[in-house]
Design a protein around this ligand. Structure first.
Ligand code: ZN
Length: 609
């Protein structure tokens, strides 16, 4: 019988943010066992070096202390031992994010990559995990939420869990503390929800909406779903916003106000955004957790794994996340078009799209997408947002080429059949080849345009094939997100060609756009704007000041740069007409109307020809 690797994790000192972990290996490598923590977590492509949070480590061989040597930034080697080998270590956990680990008096959360050592040469062994309750009356009513399979642990309880191998072990994040729970079923599969943080959310409504959404995704790829249980782990704290996908769960972080109360309107923007996040991470259950780039099979968690396909996984997922809200009836068509207009607007405000292709943005995810700086809009394009628009373009082009017989839905179904069900990774050229096969013709030239060039996407023309108009206007505010023009709001008259943020009442320039007024005048990111023509500026009065001028006017701009007072003359520019909105055109031929209806309805797997 193969002995499992056992792990016991104890929230030993919540005040000091310390988990203590004991890992026991019955039959370690007799030449000296190598152990390490991953340098990155699947789903978030940045080297994070989790081992730097290990603050103490010791080993015992059959009860006797055993020397251990650190080999590199992430790995340790034990002296030879015939077993059992017992490693004990402390992990500092104070990272409020879905990619890390946290422990304090209010809650505990961890990803396996932060706390469970990889036992080299034994990663295919089953793992047995014991999750312990912290000591003290304060923690008496804490519960545990995880999609890990329970052994002895009751539902929502501390105790024994198991995983088939190391890869699975690190793919089930664990939440502990006090949280509210919900439950619903999709295609016979139990789906659960755990919400931590002080928010009196309307859980009934949330579960009803999630049930509709998840049901839609399951029908899209075809029943049965590839997991036998699913968990939404939601944290509502004043932390970063975002989510991370896993094989049978997702961890999500949002603001308290993103969750619906009893009177929240359905089209309320922040709830709509939250539903879009749930939709995105749930779609990943198929697309990236099971349909994967070949370079992720298996993951090399010690170093970067480059692929030019990130846009396929994140872009297509970003396309379907909002579209699925509309297709499942959670939002209206108009609401969906508003979201699409916002995506077009965001891409249009990145001059970097003329310098970086989607393939290059994908390849450089590790050093550029995950390490944004003041130059990012000028140098980069996002494989999420432009990737979503490329997916839209591809979908509409397939519908056009095949007169509505095929679409991106069919490509997704083919991907699932060829690479999801089989577990065969998608080679770097695989997605393009599969799409051409679905189209029945070589789409190389179209992929050149979409993925390998920096040319604008032909969205206006393609949207017209489904009776959607794409229009552009000037912004009406400094952070106009896009959407239909508001007849009560006047368009901005001039622009600095820069973005700024409020820093406790100070205006700091965050991005200075290439070739814009601010850049030509010598202003730079991090400059603190003080006055224009001798009048103090705030984010509130800046629009007024800009609107009191005409393009071409020169103003004097006073600012601090690294604590030195400076002044320059800025020639104001006309604001770019970069704000997109989409319209449902009504005077269209019947076949265009039919094609639009088919696009908005989607093709579930069961209806695939
Ligand atoms: Zn994603």
């Amino acid at each position: 019988m193969i002995e499992p690797i056992t792990y016991r994790i104890t929230p030993a000192d919540p005040g000091a943010h310390i988990y203590t972990v004991v890992c026991t290996i019955a039959d370690p490598d007799p030449d000296g066992q190598l152990l390490s923590l991953p340098a990155w977590i699947p789903g978030s492509y940045l080297i994070r070096d989790y081992a730097r949070h290990v603050v103490r480590l010791s080993a015992r061989c059959a009860g006797t202390a055993l020397p251990v040597v650190k080999m590199d930034k992430s790995a340790w080697r034990c002296e030879p031992c015939t077993g059992p080998l017992r490693i004990e270590y402390d992990v500092y956990a104070n990272d409020l994010s879905v990619r890390g680990a946290l422990l304090d008096m209010n809650r505990g959360f961890f990803n396996g990559v932060c706390v469970f050592m990889m036992v080299h040469g034994r990663t295919d062994r089953p793992c047995s995990v014991s999750i312990e309750r912290p000591d003290g009356p304060r923690y008496a009513d804490w519960q545990v939420a995880t999609a890990m399979v329970p052994d002895s642990a009751p539902l929502w309880g501390f105790g024994g869990y198991r995983a088939d191998d190391y890869d699975e072990l690190i793919d089930h994040p664990v939440e502990m503390g006090n949280f509210r729970t919900g439950e619903f079923e999709v295609a016979g599969v139990p789906h659960r929800l755990a919400i931590s943080g002080r928010r009196r959310a309307d859980i009934e409504r949330l579960t009803a909406d999630l049930k509709k959404l998840c049901g839609h995704h399951v029908r899209f790829f075809g029943e049965p779903p590839p997991m036998d249980r699913y968990l939404f782990l939601v944290t509502t704290l004043a932390g970063p916003y975002g989510g991370l996908e896993h094989r049978a769960s997702t961890s999500l972080m949002c603001r308290r106000s993103d969750l619906p109360g009893p009177n929240t309107p359905q089209e309320w923007k922040s709830y709509r955004r939250f539903l879009g996040l749930c939709s995105h991470e749930y779609f990943h259950t198929w697309h990236i957790k099971r349909i994967k780039p070949a370079v992720f099979q298996p993951y090399d968690l010690s170093r970067e794994a480059h692929t030019r396909l990130m846009w396929v996984f994140e872009g297509i997922t970003s396309y379907y996340d909002d579209l699925a809200l509309q297709r499942s009836g959670l939002i209206s068509v108009e609401s969906y078009l508003e979201l699409l207009g916002e995506t077009v607007t965001r891409v249009g405000q990145m001059p970097g799209r003329f310098k970086q292709s989607l393939a290059d943005a994908s390849f450089d995810a590790w050093t550029r997408h995950y390490r944004p700086d003041e130059n990012t809009p000028n140098a980069c394009v996002s494989y999420y947002t432009k990737g979503a628009l490329a997916a839209l373009a591809l979908d509409l082009r397939l519908r056009e080429l095949t007169d509505g017989a095929k679409s991106l839905d069919d490509v997704m179904h083919a991907l699932w059949e060829h690479h999801g069900r089989t577990g065969r990774g998608v080679p770097e050229e695989g997605f393009e080849a599969l799409t051409s096969a679905v189209a029945g013709e070589d789409l190389g030239e179209f992929f050149d345009l979409l993925v390998r060039s920096t040319a604008e996407l032909p969205l206006e023309r393609l949207l017209a094939t489904v009776g959607i108009g794409l229009r552009f206007r000037a912004p009406v505010s400094l952070d106009d997100p896009g959407g239909p023009p508001d007849p009560r709001a006047a368009a901005m008259q001039t622009s600095l060609g820069a973005r700024s943020r409020d820093d406790s009442g100070r205006i700091l320039l965050t991005h200075v756009y290439d070739g814009g007024a601010a850049q030509r005048a010598g202003l730079s990111a991090e400059d603190e704007l003080l006055a224009i023509d001798g009048i103090r500026v705030t984010l509130q009065n800046l629009p007024e000041i800009l609107n009191s001028h005409a393009p071409g006017d020169e103003v004097s701009c006073t600012f601090y740069r690294r604590e030195e007072l400076m002044s320059v003359r800025v020639r104001l520019q006309a604001p770019e007409k970069s704000i997109a909105w989409l319209t449902l055109d009504e005077r269209i031929p019947a076949h265009v109307r039919e094609r639009r209806a088919a696009w908005l309805a989607g093709t579930p797997a069961a209806a695939r020809t």
